[in-house]
Design a protein around this ligand. Sequence first.
Ligand code: B12
Ligand code: SF4
Length: 434
Amino acid sequence: MKIDLILPPNPILQSPLMEAPLGVLYLAAALRKDGHTVTVTDMRAEPDLNMALLPDHADMYGVSATTGEYHYAKEIAVHLKKNHPKSLIVIGGPHATFEWKSTLQDTAFDVAVLGEGELTTCELASGAELAKIKGIAFKTGNKGKSQEISKTAPRPLMEDLDSFPFPARDILPYDHVFTSDLYYGARYGHGEIATSLITERGCPCHCSYCANWDRKLRFRSVENVVDEIKHLDEVYKCKRFRIVDDEWGMGRPRSMKLLDALQGLDIHFRAHTRSDVVDLELLKAMKRAGCDEISFGVETADDAVLKLVNKHETVEQHRAAIKMAKEAGLRVKTYFMVCLPGETWETINKTKAFIEDTKPDKWTLSTFIPYPGSDIWANPRKFGVKILEKDFDKFWLFHDQSVIETNVASREELNQHRHNLWQFLSKYDAARNR
Ligand code: B12
Ligand code: SF4
């Protein structure tokens, strides 16, 4: 079968090609292994949809979409249905995984793949009967209003991650997969050629703002990760990596084993994790293995807000993690989120004091968005949240407008919080760079 996988435009990101699109590259590799001919239409760096990039014909077209990209996915589906009515039009990725019903009701997609896609997509491509394929939702019956949506049994998560072939990084132009923006980050100057890498999948935590469909922690073997790294060095001369595991280092004994194995490889990497996962021993082992930078999802320096969003971490744990990481010789990046439930001027001031006190080397500031798949999206009242806009075009974390109000702050006030913290962080950067 001929299959085209499609990545929509990504206008919100400063460097849209910065990260290798691993989900789609894993799918492409699995489909190829089954003997299919696969292409990837990469629109990430296009300013808008560019249908001219799509191949003339494919038996199956598969669009990958997060919630922010959903409006593009819809338009792509309309175009494909019109021009390729006989092809199977499929959507996968986080948005369709959570919002499969509305996605199929609202769009021209035939099938939504829910969650982990490798096995499910291979079964779809094999021509199996839809009702018998686990992990999908699809349209049944006649077209038009009488059309119904069926959902099949859930697809069990793959236990043996080593059985998946390495992501098909050769399927895209080199500079769409290996970039100089990924290492150190565009905002901090371009670095060496780097690519992203996953060593484990899933996260067992339940932060209320997180839209994660994969709650089961599963590991690739140390040998399998090392093989991929050696392959990337031999074939692509790439020795720098951003590890995009949800939270790196969660399985302690295996993480230590992996770090030992990485020591001889002369690589550099950066990774993000939770403050409660690290201690000095792990951080020092990371440094020895080639880690230059660690990032922590701090979000806010107010314990009550951390508790409300079910972060299961304290400000003290964040403070200690940053201190230890610096002691281990790592550069520290902190992720902050504003416009969270429970946020007030008092909590914003605490976050500012925390920044002055802990002095992170880098930071990212996001605006809280209640993503489909998160507890806050499903139960906003539990968190004192009123969702004011459900226009998914605005569902980007870097958007400068809050889409909610809370029981303690109006939308206008939340926007002022964001503006204020942004100004503070910009001045903080300026002062450090003097
Ligand atoms: C690394 C990462 C990034 C990177 C790279 C993104 C990428 N596309 O690879 C960067 C930094 C660019 C990024 C940016 C953003 N991200 Co991000 N990111 C992640 C992270 C941590 C890992 C992604 C990954 O590689 N996963 C591993 C692969 C194997 O899984 P996957 O990508 O989901 O793909 C599998 C399935 O989804 C499925 N599948 C995927 N596509 C398709 C397509 C078809 C046709 C089929 C059949 C199946 C299928 O099969 C794949 C293989 O199993 C995830 C969290 C997570 N666990 O996924 C968040 C996550 C995807 N990001 C998220 C968000 C919100 C964003 C941003 C919107 C934030 C912002 N700045 O505004 C941006 C914009 C991204 C975009 N393109 O829209 C949310 C999405 C929530 C939602 N409802 O949409 C997630 C889930 C985080 C979370 N838990 O809330 N992100
Ligand atoms: S934010 Fe991180 S720790 Fe929390 S549930 Fe999501 S992936 Fe897990």
